[in-house]
Design a protein around this ligand. Structure first.
Ligand code: PLP
Length: 368
């Protein structure tokens, strides 16, 4: 499988200028499969936000945020939880708690924390990253041990292992519980902390039927994102032991993530947990539907579908994405030959069919 990490753009934002970003927001694509982050809060979610009871979150006095923290603890089976503005901040705060400057973390070569967080581990925590090349993002305890540093002053101390559920760039791949258990147990045996990037944890829960708490019990720290498949506008929750969360509060403040009347957005997250978990199955069905619909298209290779993402390969990914966008359908470009379609709350089965038809038309006109 091809990874070219410099990519991950929409056709319209490929040169990363702010004017292009604005252009995208002024003329949104008709069918946006760029990411599951593009969802807008539903009317009923907005109503829940409007009615939220609020207080000063920074002082632990926002009742809606506190309800969300309790709810997250129940769902993930953790002692405590913290509401944060983003998943990126969950990853960065966790590394800051677990590591000292010069420490090293072990993660898969495709990991979000390595590629898409603006160098945060180095900038904010002085952390070195070493990688293992798993099979579709899933690596073994033996691979992790090969990356483990000997106890010698020459080497950065190995401090933590980071897993991603689902593994995004490899294809929305679900780590099997047993594989995770093996890696985490081995990590513990060697004095490594374990951290779960659960941006799409509930996609795994819905796909494999494993309760979220079963995955989370294996880790020292875990987080979930409310703004991916769950469809909330802002926020993520970091969870772990009472001691871990106590230390995380300090860096939440230090990194500028302490909020005030954030019950307004916590209400959207609570709403999402109540109403938008089970429906992820529909996104998974739509992803398979899309993959099947474009499977026979000439000049195009579809990768296996695991959850709500469909990766497919074409000769010129960025040219292809521009061509589909001209027909109102947006994908993300994740390599010179690789495109990603993500299904979500704001795309229906018939829109998926329509998007597949656009892919077919563009591919046929290119191969003619
Ligand atoms: C989106 C994502 C993140 C970052 O979450 P944000 O809420 O966008 O900051 C981290 N890890 C993975 C795997 C993601 O997909």
């Amino acid at each position: 499988m091809q990874f070219l990490f410099a990519y991950h753009t929409s056709a319209m934002t490929s040169n990363h200028t702010s004017s292009d970003r604005f252009r995208t927001s002024i003329v949104p694509p008709r069918i946006d499969l760029f990411s599951d982050t593009v969802t807008r809060p539903t009317q009923t979610m907005r109503a829940a936000m409007a009615e939220a009871e609020v207080g000063d979150e920074q002082r632990g006095e926002d009742p809606t945020v506190n309800r969300l923290r309790e709810r997250v603890c129940e769902l993930l089976g953790t002692e405590d939880a913290l509401f944060l503005p983003s998943g990126t901040m969950c990853n960065q705060i966790s590394l800051r708690v677990h590591c000292a400057p010069g420490d090293e973390i072990i993660t898969d070569v495709s990991a979000h924390v390595r590629h898409y967080e603006s160098g945060g581990p180095a900038a904010l925590s002085g952390v070195n990253i070493t990688t293992v090349t798993g099979t579709d993002g899933v690596f073994s305890a033996a691979q992790m041990l090969q990356a483990l540093r000997p106890d010698d002053n020459h080497f950065p101390p190995s401090r933590a292992v980071v897993l991603e559920q689902t593994a995004n760039l490899p294809g929305g791949v679900v780590w099997p519980l047993e594989a995770m258990r093996d890696v985490c147990a081995t990590a513990e045996k060697h004095g490594l902390r374990s951290h779960l990037d659960g941006a799409r944890l509930f996609n795994a829960v819905v796909a494999d039927g494993v309760p979220a708490a079963d995955y989370c019990a294996l880790f020292d720290s875990v987080w979930i994102d409310f703004t991916k498949g769950l469809g909330a506008p802002v926020g993520a929750a970091l969870a772990g032991s009472a001691d871990f969360i106590r230390r995380a509060w300090r860096f939440k403040h230090q990194f500028g993530g302490a909020m005030r009347q954030s019950g307004v957005i916590a209400a959207a997250a609570l709403y999402a947990l109540d109403h938008h978990i089970d429906r992820l199955a529909e996104d998974h069905r739509n992803a398979r539907r899309f993959a099947e619909a474009i499977a026979g298209v000439p000049g195009l290779t579809v990768e296996p579908v695991h959850t709500n993402m469909v990766f497919f390969q074409v000769a010129d990914a960025s040219g292809f994405a521009k061509a589909t966008l001209a027909h109102g359908v947006q994908f993300s470009v994740v390599g010179p030959n690789r495109l990603r379609a993500v299904t979500h709350l704001d795309v229906t089965a018939s829109q998926v069919d329509e998007a597949a038809e656009v892919v077919r038309r563009v591919a046929v006109s290119w191969s003619a």
